[in-house]
Ligand binder design. Sequence first.
Ligand SMILES: *Cc1c(COP(=O)(O)O)cnc(C)c1O
Length: 392
Amino acid sequence: MPVTKQELSYIINELAEEREHYYNAVSAPIIQTSNFVFNKVSDLSKAFEDEMSDYLYSRGLNPTVEILRKKLAALDGAEDCLVFNSGASAIFAGVLANVKAGDHIVSVKSPYTWAAKMFDVILPRFGVTTTYIDGTKVENWEKASQSNTSLYYLESPNSWDFALQDIKAVSILAKAKGIITFIDNSYCTPLYQDVIEMGIDLAMQTATKYISGHSDTLGGVLCGSKIMIKKIFDSEYLNTGSGIQPFNAWLLIRGLRTLPARLDRITHSTSEVLKFLKNHPKIERVIFPFDESFPQYELAKEQMKNACGLMTIVLKAKKRESIVRFCESLKHIMMAVSWGGHESLAIPKCAGIPEAEFNAEDPEHRYVRIYIGLEEPAYLVNDLQQALAQVS
Ligand SMILES: *Cc1c(COP(=O)(O)O)cnc(C)c1O
C-alpha cells in the first residue's frame, strides 16, 4: 500500500526505534561492533542455521542497520529490505541473485553506468546475456523476451534523459511470463514513486543521493518480498560482505529525518529554475519529466507523484569549448558527479565523450545535467545566467 503523509512521519521519526533499550536517547545508537556474544550453544546453533534470525556477526545483521532496514522497507511499502554499502552493490546483488548461467536479461538502454558494465563485462563471463531495448514502448519488452529471459531491468526515469517505462504494464507482462522485475528507482525515491505497489519484484535505489542528502556517505537499498530478500541475504549479501556499515547506516537514518522536507524544497526550487531555463535563448531544450514538453509527460503524471532536482539542458553550442566555458564559468553550482545532496551540481555529457568524437549536431553531446540543491533559487538562477552568457 502507498504510504500516507501521516505514516511517513511515523516511519521517519519512530518506526523501529526502541529507545527504551538505549537510555531513551532520541538519536539512534551506532552499534559499532563486528560480533555479538552468546550464552548458550543452542542459541549459537540457531544463529548459524539462520543468520537472519539473530545478531551473530555484523556482516549479517547489525542493530543500527536494522533500524534503517525497517524504515526503508516501510517507505517502499515492501515486506523487507537490505541496505548495501553503495547503490552499485545493491544492483549487483539484486541482479546476480536472479540469474544463472544461460539466462537472458532484457534491460532499458543506457541504464546506470555500473549496471551496464555488469551486463556487458561481468555477466557474459558466466553465460548471461543482455538485450538493451527502448523501454518506453511496452511491446519492446515483449519482443525482446526469450524462453530463457529471467529478469527485466528497469530504470524509470533514467537519470540523464528521464526516459520512462510504463511500470505497471511491464510488471504485468513479466508476471505472465514468470520473469522477475528489477527497477532502479533512484530518481524518484519511494516518496515520489510507489514501484512495489505497481508490481515490481525488486525495488532498488541508491541511498547516496536523496536519502543521505549531504554528500557524505554512500549506500544502496533493495526492497522486495520476505522470500526474495532472504534469498539475497543468505547468498549475495553475506558472501560479498557488501552490507552498509553501522556509522554509514546512522548517517542515512539522520538523512531520512529531513528527506520529505528536503524533497519539498528541491521540488519548489527546481520549478523556479526550470521557468528561467525554459525560455533562455542559449538553450535549445530543457528535459524534465514534469514539464509539459516532455514526450512522456502523461505517463510521468500518472505513475510519479512528483519530479525534482535533476533536469538536463541542451545547450545551443556550436563547439565543445563553449560547453566547457559554460561549466567552468559556474561560480556556485559545482561541477561534480552524483546528486541529491545540499549542493547544486552540473555535469556535461561531453566530459565522457572522447574530444575527437564530439559532434555538435548530436543534441546528446550538448547535454548538461543540472541538479538543484537546497540553495535559494535566485542564487542559482543568477549563477546560470552569467554562465549562459558565455555560450556561443
Ligand atoms: C548514483 C546512482 C546509482 C549508484 O549508486 P551508488 O550509491 O553511487 O553506487 C545507481 N543508479 C542511479 C540512477 C544513480 O544515479
